[in-house]
Design a protein around this ligand. Structure first.
Ligand SMILES: Nc1ncnc2c1ncn2[C@@H]1O[C@H](COP(=O)(O)OP(=O)(O)OP(=O)(O)O)[C@@H](O)[C@H]1O
Length: 461
């Protein structure tokens, strides 16, 4: 079933503007596998004319013949149909000399398969572009999911396409407010599913087949035949050759070893040599480097950003023999959800509640604050604690008082917030008798802020 197209309004707007601009356009769309690049392009071309070419991992000559046939068909060009074309330069020279009369799209999906077979396609496009293709009616879109190849050959400063492309677009996974539209689970289960799949449309589609989170992970992660059982292997093996090192890195981080030196030990390599591997995983969007907010500290820790990778390395990779035997029965994911809930609040809820603030996590010498939001215009700083579970009003008050005390460390270590209004917030999954909180300590007025999941989700509407 093809479901209704969800969100991507900004991206569609950008593509529309490109289409309506004068002259040829050269757009590069990239993003992780399954994120929706092909679907976005398919939505964009509705009601327009042109060529959509799906590149395959085959020989160069087959790739050239394939694109040639598509172009000849679209331009109704029998001469081109009969020509023997042996190189990308020949084909793009032909395209340059025979432009379409009206605005037309030329989309190459999985462009990285062409780069992989023969890098001369890049200079062939560049030369044609410089010799006049840039004045034609073509709106060219090159889309790719092998992110290391896209970064190195299509996007970098040294790429022949650099300076020619009119737009590049990194397609990111959807945020929760859109991701949940795929699912028919209740709000809590939808959030758990989101913490497991991230906002990757194809994964959400898979999850939409299940009414509960529990049913979904049991069938699709913790089963030999599940969709996700081998997915991380597939994703990594498409991008890298030294699979063992990358797997070692992801296992180490999932187990909480987040410093480069700890990760390197886990992989059995020298700390200095770990950085290129970490960079490769950052390019894929699988991990990210985090440094403490409001600090000049450059060295940071590495955390897993991609939820499927995180969940898989947290639960599947370490329990494979039980899963293979069909007897894995874990249902306690609270520690994992706690971690994901924190980043969800930092990345999606805090920007919705404090849209003008800079936000981040702070830590220093064993002390940690889950979220700090600094609004320089309003001269306000909000310190926040994030708790996934259920808290009572009296727990909440204790947490907020402790947080207020802890915030002094930040003031002491950064020494620049003295004249800012300071507020203290608790974000919790559920808060029983929430209304009592303000009554407990009238002196605090609205400097104490409390949000449960229902409050938070209202900000996403
Ligand atoms: N915004 C969206 N709304 C609804 N469904 C979507 C959306 N984006 C993608 N999908 C669906 O998710 C699935 C994966 O999308 P798509 O094939 O476009 O991803 P892709 O990035 O091109 O993947 P790959 O790089 O692996 O080829 C498809 O079934 C598609 O219809």
């Amino acid at each position: 079933m093809i479901r209704d197209f969800i969100d991507r309004e900004e991206e569609r707007e950008v593509l529309k503007k490109e289409w309506n601009s004068d002259g040829a356009r050269l757009i590069i769309i990239y993003g992780r596998r399954r994120v929706g690049k092909t679907r976005l392009v398919n939505e964009f071309i509705k009601g327009k004319e042109g060529i959509m070419f799906f590149a395959e991992d085959v020989t160069v000559q087959i790739q050239i013949n394939g694109l040639k046939a598509e172009i000849a068909g679209y331009l109704n060009d029998e001469l081109l149909q009969g020509l023997t074309i042996k190189s990308w330069t020949e084909l793009f020279t032909y395209i340059l000399k025979n432009p379409p009369e009206k605005r037309s799209y030329l989309i190459i999906d999985e462009f990285t398969y062409l780069i992989k077979s023969d890098k001369s396609i890049l200079s062939a496009i560049q030369k044609a572009w410089d010799r006049g293709l840039s004045d034609s009616n073509w709106c060219i879109i090159l889309s790719g999911s092998l992110l290391n190849l896209m970064s190195e050959y299509a996007l970098s400063y040294t790429s022949p396409l650099y300076g020619r492309r009119t737009r590049d677009m990194l397609l990111k996974p959807l945020e929760f407010k859109d991701a949940k539209l795929f699912l028919s689970q209740n709000e809590k289960d939808s959030l758990k599913t989101y913490f497991t799949t991230g906002g990757v449309p194809e994964y959400l589609q898979k999850a939409s087949e299940y009414g509960t989170f529990e049913e979904f992970v049991r069938n699709e992660f913790f089963s030999n035949f599940g969709y996700f059982y081998r997915e991380p292997y597939f994703l990594l093996s498409q991008e890298f050759r030294e699979l063992k090192t990358y797997q070692g890195i992801l296992s180490a981080i999932a187990e909480g070893r987040t410093k480069p030196s700890e990760i390197a030990v886990n992989c059995g390599i020298d700390t200095r040599k770990i950085y290129p591997y970490l960079e490769g995983l950052i390019r894929l969007g699988f991990i990210e480097k985090e440094t403490p907010f409001l600090s000049s500290q450059k060295s940071g820790i590495y955390i897993i950003k991609d939820s499927v990778i995180d969940f898989w390395y947290s639960f599947v990779s370490t329990n494979r023999s039980e899963i293979e035997r069909g007897c894995y029965t874990n249902t306690d994911f609270n520690k994992y959800f706690g971690k994901k809930f924190e980043s969800f609040v930092r990345n999606e809820i805090a920007p919705a509640i404090f849209p003008k603030a800079r936000t981040g996590r702070w830590w220093h010498k064993g002390e940690e604050i889950d979220l700090i939001a600094v609004d320089d215009n309003a001269k306000m700083i909000v310190f926040a604690e994030v708790k996934y579970g259920t808290k009572s009003a009296s727990d909440a008050l204790k947490i907020l008082k402790k947080l207020e005390k802890k915030s002094e460390y930040v003031n002491n270590s950064t020494k620049n917030n003295e004249d800012y209004i300071q507020k203290y917030a608790l974000f919790a999954g559920e808060i029983t008798d929430k209304d009592k909180i303000m009554d407990r300590d009238k002196t605090k007025g609205d400097n104490y802020l409390v949000y449960d999941l229902d409050d938070m989700l209202k900000y996403l509407m």
